[in-house]
Design a protein around this ligand. Structure first.
Ligand code: ZN
Length: 130
């Protein structure tokens, strides 16, 4: 069992209380009528599936029932941070690439980034305050 930090409840809660809801930060087109079929189809159906850092929408379904965002490493399943709706992540693939350049992040065999791999089994997540 691992725990996820809810930024609204401000505490670590059991994983079973949460549900993932897909990719975060997807903006609905301001004027859907002006979209081409391809643009509308991209908005509705196509999502990123990166190897590494991914920003995801989660809901604390059996808790406060609020939606929030999480930055997760899809290779290690480690949740690196959670943050409230409307906030921006502090950890991005670009920021990790910069840290990697400074030597503070280990590079896995496939050249992918891993962060805090020693704690991968227990994801302890710090909340992010804007
Ligand atoms: Zn909550």
């Amino acid at each position: 069992m691992f725990h996820i930090y809810c930024p609204y409840c401000e505490e670590l809660r059991e994983e079973e209380e949460f549900h993932p809801k897909g990719q975060a930060h997807i903006e609905r087109p301001k004027d859907p009528e002006a979209c081409s079929d391809e643009e509308w189809g991209d908005y509705l159906f196509f999502r990123d599936n990166p190897r590494g850092i991914h920003h995801e929408l989660w809901v604390h379904a059996v808790g406060c029932r609020k939606f929030f965002n999480a930055t997760r490493n899809t290779v290690t399943y480690e949740i690196l941070e959670t943050y409230k709706m409307g906030e921006q992540p502090t950890i991005t693939a670009e920021s990790l690439a910069n840290r990697e350049a400074l030597g503070s992040v280990q590079v896995a065999g496939g050249g992918q980034q891993t962060v805090g791999a020693s704690n991968a089994s227990v994801a302890s997540v710090k909340g992010v305050k804007a």
